[in-house]
Design a protein around this ligand. Structure first.
Ligand code: MN
Length: 469
């Protein structure tokens, strides 16, 4: 958006509110910055729809607002000169699942029309839009799928300097898919805001040269390394806290707190804890004089409602069905933990506490061939609501070549009916013993291409396995 507007209007700047000092979304500091620097219009991206008061403040200062947002509007809309948000009740726009950046892209597209610019003036940024679609976790259906498809082509053929630099630093040599974008690019961009200041992520994406982009990419890379370390140690400490307490182990919810945990990663840690303790989870840390934290749910359980029911112990909270955040007085942490457990255990159903894998079809190992993979590829890009197909093959056996790699992963080598296939199961080292029993097992997996020393072959990405019945 910044690069696009800069071409039309030289006095253009950007502003990213600081996650901790200013909070999420439109900030007063941001509006004051605009005033001090002589800007007369603010375009908000991925925020603004709930900022009626701040946008009124901006209006009083003589600064117009165009809101580009995809969050659910409240009853009172902000006094902006224009609001683009497909989730408004009276919005006729046919596709409702655009991400915040996608809505911004619509404004750019409309401006190219209005100002009679070449459509590429907007379309040249589709690689960045694909990155945003991947990172904002919106459904990869309808228009998002089309935008992501063309954005990925752009990312692979003629990427933005920032994407190029990040791919280089993260050692990515294969083709960019939605999954690489999510796992390689998004965490590095996010890490900047979590650990420090997100401004350098923008600097990287608007860099005019590869060298410049690389300089910022290196900063993001080190923020991400720091983020990963924090994430790992905090997860270990939190898991220890749970397993030291016999009563907590039996609970239907997790609420852990330690004042020194880095607040930038508590949400990530909550997701990690769910991998071990599958239940609604809240991770709290100290922020100033208060406790603040992030909550993650399990599918089917309305987390927001549960937190709302504990509001007597909270200073503030917000979020939705699957994720939320809250602040509370430090002396309320224990009471909040007890209340949350009471609310969750009285409303969660037994089946919500069992992780579920949705399997699309049963196939045989001999079916894992290029023609099948080609068909699967035609349905890309995959993402939420358009998930990569998951298969099951029953009664396979270990060839004797399966082994543990890097302590935590499991390299599979399995056979059935004289067909052998290999693959990888991330964080599945604990299944090695099962394979060693030389009994028949059922495996659940997706099919992927493995590239190694210039050769490509099909392999399986194992999700789970168990003894055949
Ligand atoms: Mn968003």
């Amino acid at each position: 958006m910044y690069r696009f507007l800069k071409k039309i209007h030289t006095h253009t700047g950007f502003y990213i509110p600081h996650r901790y000092r200013e909070g999420y979304g439109v900030s007063k500091a941001g509006i004051d910055y605009a005033k001090e620097n002589g800007f007369t219009l603010i375009v908000s991206l991925d925020c603004g729809i709930k900022s009626a008061d701040l946008i009124a403040y901006s209006k009083d200062l003589g600064i117009d607002f165009i809101v580009c947002d995809h969050h659910l509007p409240d009853k009172t809309l902000p006094p902006a000169v224009a609001i683009l948000n497909p989730k408004q009740d009276d919005c006729a726009y046919p596709y409702k699942e655009l991400c915040g950046c996608g809505v911004g892209f619509k404004l750019m597209q409309a401006l190219t029309d209005k100002l009679d610019l070449h459509p590429d003036t907007a379309f040249q940024y589709l690689d960045l839009l694909a990155t945003a679609i991947a990172a904002d976790i919106v459904p990869i259906t309808g228009e998002n799928r089309i935008l992501a498809h063309h954005g990925l082509l752009k990312a692979n053929q003629e990427p933005n300097n920032g994407i190029k630099a990040l791919a280089k630093l993260s050692g990515l040599i294969t083709e960019l898919h939605i999954t690489n974008l999510v796992f390689m690019i998004a965490p590095r961009v996010n890490a900047a805001g979590r650990m420090d200041d997100a401004t350098k992520a923008v600097e990287m994406f608007i860099a005019e040269t590869e060298e410049d982009a690389l300089k910022y990419a290196e900063m993001l890379h080190s923020d991400n390394t720091e983020r990963k370390e924090a994430d790992k140690t905090i997860t270990e400490e939190a898991l220890a806290q749970i397993s030291e307490n016999e009563e907590w182990k039996k609970r239907k919810s997790t609420v852990v707190f330690r004042p020194h945990w880095h607040k930038g990663v508590v949400g990530i840690v909550a997701s990690r804890l769910i991998e071990t303790w599958y239940r609604p989870t809240i991770v709290l840390t100290q922020s100033g004089d208060y406790a603040a934290g992030s909550a993650r749910s399990v599918p089917g359980f309305n987390l927001y409602e549960a937190i709302h029911a504990c509001r007597e112990h909270l200073l503030g909270y917000g979020g939705h069905f699957a994720a939320a955040g809250m602040t509370l007085e430090l002396d309320q942490v224990d009471a909040f933990r007890e209340k949350f457990e009471k609310v969750v255990s009285s409303s969660i159903t037994a089946d919500m506490l069992i992780p579920e894998i949705v399997i699309d079809a049963e196939i045989e190992l001999k079916d894992i061939r290029q023609p099948l993979y080609d068909i699967i590829s035609q349905m890309e890009p995959y993402g939420p609501e358009n998930l990569r197909p998951v298969f099951i093959t029953k009664k396979v056996t270990d060839t004797g070549w399966s082994k543990i790699v890097k302590e935590q992963h499991l390299r599979f080598s399995v056979k059935k009916d004289n067909v052998t296939i290999s693959g990888i199961g991330f964080n599945m080292a604990d299944k090695y013993e099962l394979l060693q029993q030389k009994k028949q097992i059922d495996i659940v997996y997706t099919i992927e291409v493995n590239e190694w020393k210039g050769n490509t072959s099909l392999q399986i990405r194992v999700i789970d396995c168990r003894l055949s019945t």
